[in-house]
Every structure is written in structure tokens, then in C-alpha cells.
Write a protein that binds this ligand. Structure first.
Ligand SMILES: C[S@@+](CC[C@H](N)C(=O)[O-])C[C@H]1O[C@@H](n2cnc3c(N)ncnc32)[C@H](O)[C@@H]1O
Ligand code: SF4
Length: 379
């Protein structure tokens, strides 16, 4: 038996491909859902030896997990081991019917992460989303009626055509739905994609506004009582959380540098000093597992220096300190002094040793501060 306590399963199917999306997705193919689920279950059996007896978290991501044929989704959920802390499923609003919500609830799912993205019809159209603002509201209501008390909503900002007042309105509508958790992402547009070519000039204008949008998101959500616990993530805290830890616990394991097992096409795992990345081809994945073989994948070792760099980069995204002893080899001490002087980093000690975290101002500058703090690779 192994000691991996976090399991990710990739369900790649979507009804349609949104222009900005760069995830591993497959449009439609209803006839192949059963074969894919067979393959995922076969991969789980091959890799089960890496898992601890008691898993903490499971995350079904996509793609659109809730677009998977309901009977197949249910078969998968029943085949997965139990998890003590959290079982999250990502969902697109228009797929959340009473039947799907009840199916998730009856099969151990404790948290649903809904991709709202925006509440402005013209921005949803630009993103090529299928859901309307009403669909998002209806999905949240359906989840509540089915008993879900942990719902997360995703928002993106920096969408071509977006104005500051669009963002204000999106934040207000999000807050009115009273989610336990929120993820707010800057829209990333990959160079050379159809979306980037179509919206190039407007994307450049949005990039100039991004810093202001980010500050607005943080100010507004923290003023509404949400904890800004990770660069792009917020949760209810204190009294409104009723003593529950409403951070995304699966992702928290990843941000803390813990090992996780990923199943499915494109899924990544870090297990015992290795990073494995399953290749994105659906037919090759299904064929390998049908033949009892592991899926085609890339494997790279994670040496101690790489692990320390990753722990520092991910750890500084959080609102809690990083133990310096665990990342010491990755920290440029001269840069640390400069960043302390500029009030971007805080340094302290606790009973166990030194620790670091970004100040509020440092967190707004985020990646720029972290890259200055990192020793150059290979030093
Ligand atoms: C892997 S997607 C899958 C969720 C679901 N299929 C949906 O579209 O709502 C998870 C989240 O990543 C975010 N996301 C996807 N593409 C993005 C992009 N290009 N830039 C920023 N965020 C993105 C969206 O907020 C989305 O809800
Ligand atoms: S529904 Fe989600 S995963 Fe599917 S293409 Fe759209 S953004 Fe990507």
C-alpha cells in the first residue's frame, strides 16, 4: 500500500468546445463514454498500490464531468475508493439537472464546482459558453435543493469586451448566490489559438486592465467576508463557515506539495519522486488499458531542487507561511533581503523554525515577487 492521499480523475467530454479553453477535452462521443470509464477503472486498478488506505480528497475534473453519460458517471463514482475530507465534481451549469445533482449526492460527492465564468450575456457569447446567467442561478438552486452545502463558483475576468462595470455586476451576482467558495481567474489566451487571433487587440486592452480587475476582485470579495486564501481562490471563513474549513482541500494538497494520483487522458500524477503525465489521446488511452497496460505517458524525475522550487512557488500563493527549511535551497537570500526591505515579503519564526509569506502588497504582485525570490535554476 502507498501513501498517496489525493486522487484526480479527468473526464474530458464536453458538449462543445469553448474558444478560450486549453484543457484536454473531447467533444461529444457519447458512444465512447462507457469504454473510457472502463479504462479509467482499469487504470485505477493498476495504480491502486500507490494509494493510501484512507484517501483524503477526490476531484473529478474536466472537460465537463457532468456531461458524461449519467450511468457511466455513476459507475465511476461507485468504483472509486472513499475519501475522508472532500469529493469534488466540476460541472457546467446547463448540465446540472435534478437527476444529475441527485446522482452526485447519492454517490458520495460532497462539493460541486460550477463554471459560471460571467453573468453578462455578451461576455458569455464571446467565450462561446452554452450556459445563460439563468442557468447558473438554476444550477445553484438545484444543488441546494439536492442537499449540497459546499458549492464553488468559477469566474473569469479580462474577457474581450469586458468593462469595469461588467466585472462589478458579475461580482455582485456571484455574491448574491452565496457560494461557500469562489475561484476567480484572469482569462488566459494562448498565442496562436483561434480565440487569440479573433480577439487580439481587445485582449491587449484587457491585459492592461488586469491588475485593476484583480484588485477589485480581492477588495470586493474580502469586504463580503471571504478569505483570500490563495491567489485566485476565496472561501467563507469564521462564523459564516460554521467552523468548517471551506478551502478547496484537494487543491490545497497540491499547493502544499503533497503527492496525488491522476487518472484519465492528460492527467498528471506526482508519486514517489516522479511526475507522470498521461498523453491526451483518447483512442491510445483506451486501447492500452483494454490490453491491461499502463496508458502512454511521459515520466520525469522530480529532484530535491525542483521539489523545493515548486513548494516555494505554490506555497507563496497561499495566505499561510511556508517553512523556510523546506524551501531553503530555492531561496535567493539577497533577493529576500531586498523584498523584505520593499515590504513585499514577511519573514518570521515559530516554534519549529523560520518561515516566509508574501505581504498583501506582495500577493498582488504575485508571480513577479516569487520569481525574484527564486534562485536561478541550476545555481
Ligand atoms: C477545466 S475548466 C472545466 C470546468 C467546466 N467545463 C466549465 O467550463 O465550466 C475549470 C475552470 O477553469 C477556468 N478556465 C478554463 N479555461 C481558462 C482560461 N483560458 N483562462 C482562465 N481560466 C480558465 C474556468 O473558470 C473553468 O471553470
Ligand atoms: S465546457 Fe469547460 S472544459 Fe469544456 S471546452 Fe468549455 S471551458 Fe473547456
Amino acid at each position: 500500500m502507498g501513501d498517496v492521499r489525493h486522487l484526480y480523475v479527468h473526464l474530458p467530454f464536453c458538449a462543445h468546445r469553448c474558444g478560450y479553453c486549453d484543457f484536454v477535452t473531447v467533444v461529444g462521443r457519447r458512444g465512447q463514454h462507457a469504454a473510457y470509464i472502463d479504462a479509467v477503472i482499469a487504470e485505477l486498478e493498476l495504480e491502486r498500490v500507490a494509494l493510501a488506505g484512507d484517501l483524503e480528497t477526490i476531484f473529478l475534473g474536466g472537460g465537463t464531468p457532468t456531461f458524461t453519460e449519467p450511468a457511466e458517471l455513476e459507475r465511476l463514482l461507485r468504483a472509486l475508493p472513499a475519501a475522508t475530507e472532500e469529493v469534488t465534481v466540476e460541472a457546467n451549469p446547463e448540465t446540472v439537472t435534478q437527476r444529475v445533482a441527485a446522482l452526485l449526492r447519492a454517490n458520495g460527492v460532497t462539493r460541486v464546482s460550477l463554471g459560471a465564468q460571467s453573468f453578462q450575456p455578451h461576455l458569455l457569447k464571446t467565450l462561446e459558453r452554452q450556459a445563460t446567467p439563468d442557468d447558473v442561478q438554476r444550477a445553484v438552486r438545484t444543488l441546494r435543493e439536492s442537499g449540497f452545502d459546499n458549492v464553488s463558483l468559477d469566474l473569469v475576468y479580462g474577457i474581450p469586451g469586458q468593462s469595469a462595470s461588467d466585472l462589478d455586476s458579475d461580482l455582485e451576482k456571484l455574491l448574491r448566490l452565496e457560494p461557500e467558495h469562489l475561484s476567480c481567474y484572469e482569462l488566459e489566451a494562448k498565442p496562436g489559438t483561434r480565440f487569440t487571433v479573433a480577439h487580439g487587440d481587445e485582449l491587449a486592452r484587457q491585459a492592461d486592465a488586469m491588475e485593476g480587475y484583480f484588485e477589485e476582485v480581492v477588495e470586493r470579495l474580502t469586504a463580503a467576508g471571504y478569505r483570500w486564501y490563495e491567489t485566485a481562490n476565496f472561501c467563507l471563513d469564521g462564523q459564516p463557515a460554521n467552523g468548517r474549513d471551506l478551502r478547496a482541500l484537494h487543491n490545497l494538497g497540491y499547493w502544499h506539495g503533497q503527492d496525488y494520483l491522476g487518472l484519465g487522458i492528460g492527467a498528471v500524477s506526482t508519486v514517489a519522486g516522479e511526475r507522470r503525465r498521461n498523453l491526451p489521446s483518447l483512442p491510445r488511452y483506451v486501447a492500452a488499458l483494454a490490453a491491461g497496460e499502463p496508458p502512454p505517458r511521459e515520466v520525469e524525475p522530480i529532484d530535491d531542487a525542483t521539489h523545493a522550487r515548486e513548494l516555494l512557488m505554490l506555497g507563496l500563493r497561499l495566505d499561510e507561511p511556508v517553512a523556510l527549511a523546506e524551501v531553503d535551497d530555492a531561496v535567493d537570500r539577497d533577493a529576500l533581503v531586498r523584498l523584505l526591505d520593499h515590504g513585499l515579503v514577511e519573514w518570521g519564526t515559530n516554534g519549529h523554525g523560520e518561515e516566509l509569506r508574501l505581504t498583501r502588497r506582495g500577493r498582488f504582485l504575485g508571480g513577479g515577487v516569487t520569481s525574484e525570490l527564486l534562485v536561478a535554476a541550476g545555481d
